[in-house]
Write a protein that binds this ligand. Structure first.
Ligand code: CTP
Length: 399
């Protein structure tokens, strides 16, 4: 979403200015062109050289550059940008923005900007809570500017409370959403499962599988980027979520995952089951660590409940249910049988026979087969791109 987008980052004098270094890196990594503007005070907290190096562009502070004798044209800057982000926005700059003051380049550019403006305040909690600041924020919102809510936690003053600059990942996430072409899934609720399950044998051992959770997390991210409220129920995985619209619920065993799914399924519009759920679990879990024996060891297993099938039986007509199939032979036939058996709207098939598909890789090669047996074969893509294809199909079917 940010690829090729022109972003002005206005940095104010706040200790949180140090977070603009990773913020600029993330924006550049996402393909954005970033022009950093700083207030004079901001340069006391982070050097223009740091941000110029990361943004690959000279940082602008003054109207007039004494070294080059050139004039920094705020009107041109305001017209150039696709989006202006002020982060960290200090109480002083918020007040000036709200009242139309323009005693520096950043403020003059703000007044000239024709693009959407986002502001991410950072200040001590009492300054943030002060009615004067809150009034200024409301004024800015009434101008159509968008507040990026500060976080809560330990502040530079040592006090605890609201006022921390939102994390760079959250800010980038919000900007990506801003550039998304609308939010086709706004107001929709989604449930996604991801990762493996661990079935305990004894207090130290389990039966698990190689699922990394990458595909499910990519689907959850994409659904959230399209505006959905997502509950992500995940087995043990190293993946992380940063989006505020994703509520993560951790589950360990197939039974945990089933219980968690049943708690939310009736309230969701969209359900994507990408978890690699164990089909079998030990009949009993040894209370103590099983000691080595002279003979072979047999562990008796019982079937787990098929979560997807259970949800398929409960599914209302208005709900969209998507399953995954990982096959090694008779791929399409097996996938089609699963659509019928589990009452799915469509299934995402990946074959372990395709290079670059399956567990742990960052890529996937998927085929989508819907309940009308319409088949779409996709090329090998990153899991993020594959998630976008899956969510595109969801968007088409839910409308
Ligand atoms: N699934 C599930 N609960 C289970 C097993 C599987 O919800 N206990 C879901 C997976 O999340 C996936 C789909 O069912 O979306 C397909 O899983 P898979 O294990 O391939 O299918 P099975 O029906 O278990 O068939 P088989 O193992 O024989 O291929």
């Amino acid at each position: 979403m940010l690829n090729g987008k022109k972003i002005i980052l206005g940095v104010c004098g706040s200790i949180a200015a140090y977070k603009t270094a990773p913020l600029v890196r993330l924006l550049i990594k996402a393909g954005a062109e970033v022009q950093v503007l700083m207030t004079a005070d901001a340069t006391n907290f982070i050097t223009p050289l740091t941000l110029a190096t990361l943004s690959k562009k000279p940082v602008l502070v003054h109207y007039f550059e004494p070294t080059t004798g050139s004039w920094n044209n705020h009107v041109e800057l305001g017209l150039w940008a696709d989006l202006m982000l002020i982060a960290p926005a200090s109480a002083n700059t918020l007040a000036k923005m709200a009242n139309g003051l323009c005693d520096n380049l950043l403020l003059a550019t703000y007044l000239s900007a024709k693009c959407p403006v986002y502001f991410a305040p950072a200040m001590d909690l009492d300054m943030w809570k002060h009615p004067a600041t809150l009034n200024n924020v409301h004024k800015l919102q009434s101008y159509g500017n968008t507040l990026i809510q500060p976080g809560s936690g330990e502040l530079a003053s040592g006090l605890h409370g609201e006022g921390r600059l939102a994390e760079p990942e959250e800010i980038v996430d919000i900007l990506e959403k801003a550039f998304a072409t609308g939010y086709p899934l706004k107001g929709r609720k989604a449930l996604v499962t991801a990762g493996p399950t661990y079935e305990a044998i004894d207090p130290v051992r389990f039966i698990g599988n190689h699922s990394s959770g990458k595909m499910g997390f990519a689907v959850a991210d994409r659904l959230a980027a399209l505006g959905a409220d997502v509950t992500l129920i995940t087995g043990p995985t190293a993946q992380i979520t940063v989006q505020a619209a994703i509520k993560r619920v951790d589950a360990t065993s197939a039974q945990d995952m089933l219980d968690a799914c049943l708690q939310v399924f009736d309230t969701v519009d969209i359900c994507v089951m990408s978890a690699a759920v164990a089909d079998y679990t030990p009949v009993t879990v040894a209370p103590q660590k099983i000691k080595k024996q002279a003979t072979d060891l047999n562990i008796e297993l019982k079937k787990t409940t098929d979560i997807l099938k259970t949800l398929g039986e409960r599914k209302r007509k208005s709900q969209l249910l998507v399953g995954f199939a990982l096959e090694t032979e008779n791929e399409e036939q097996n996938a089609i049988e699963k659509i019928r058996k589990k009452n799915l709207d469509f299934i995402v098939l990946n074959s372990l026979n395709d290079a670059g598909a399956g567990f742990k890789t960052d890529t996937n090669k998927i085929t989508i087969i819907d309940h009308n047996l319409q088949k779409t074969v996709f090329t090998l893509k990153s899991k993020t791109e594959a998630a976008a294809d899956i969510c595109q199909k969801i968007t088409e079917l839910i409308e």
